[in-house]
Ligand binder design. Sequence first.
Ligand code: PLP
Length: 387
Amino acid sequence: MTAVRRVLESQRFILGEEVEALERDIARLVGARHAVGCASGSDAIMLAIASVIPERGATPLAGSPGSLPAAHRSDAPEVVTVPFTFFASAGSVVHAGARPRFVDIQPDIYGMDPVQMASAIGPRTVAVLPVHLFGQPCDIDEIIAAAGHVPVVEDAAQAIGAMYAGLARPSGAGPRSAGTMGRAGCLSFFPTKNLGGAGDGGMVLTSDDSLAERLFKLRVHGGLRMYQHESVGWNSRLDEIQAAILRVKLPRLASWSQARAARAAAYDALFQESGLVARGLVTTPVSKPDRTHIFHQYVIRVPREAKAGGRDALRAHLSSLGIASGVYYPVPLHLQPCFRSLGHARGDFPVSERAAEEVLALPIYPELGSDQQALVVRGIAEHFGLP
Ligand SMILES: *Cc1c(COP(=O)(O)O)cnc(C)c1O
């Protein structure tokens, strides 16, 4: 309330001291040279993709913003991304004037498959957009290596502060924060994210000075000097009130993410004890040893072949017990009606399709009690007829 009052009294509401301070603090926290606040995580992706399409950021009027038919043009610039993610990952690519080119994910950590990515790169590829899903970094070293000269833009909307050491690296380069390993990285401050505002907000991270300059312009109609526009940008700015609130919450982020990870470990143990895992009725999330998982979501899987009606029946049972759960994401993006023109059919990305049928996110947040977690797991055991 003190922070909000400070903004109200200043009567400066957009792109002021609070936003600058938040940009500085987050850049320092994650180890990026620049952080560019914007209106949402979706816009962060749109701006980042637009900034790496050379003609978009530099020359006047290369494709008009929001030119949706871009995705339908076969000669459009392409961005390689995954179908198992929140809609914005691909929607924002279209808003930036490019066409999503989907490749499948890895079955264990839901990240982009680097091998399939490599074979999807072609002459029109302008960027690769992997997603660090549920709070765990994907195999970003392998993706960057396979992308070659093509810029990698990380969708780190769910993974702020998650660290990646990359044990596979030949030279131990030290751990890096999600969103700082590609040419640019995108964060979201949507209220449910690990660092959530009191409304929408987002940020682009980059350590490339010229890219940062383009981003600072693109978020304010393509020009930093009033009424001088070098390119056609957008109105995508971060509000001072949001930045002020986020600055109050930022120092607590690390302890919140640790608390989520502790709750995740407690769920793992409860699932082991319950016999659900040993009987193959449920699988718990896979965490790789060379990175931290900040558990934006704790996602179990109910194998398609499981008895008792699979994931959806379990979900209904939990709901009858008053236990909330979520499915992220029930329809892979290549099967969305708006992307029909890309010409995909069921079966094109089987790993994503199976995940969409099997995943179930359980309640997780720093204040979740161990008694509540026990109730959740007991409810699941009960559904499958375990004592
Ligand atoms: C939340 C989210 C976004 C979009 O962020 P908004 O702030 O809601 O626009 C993009 N990608 C992923 C993976 C997300 O989880």
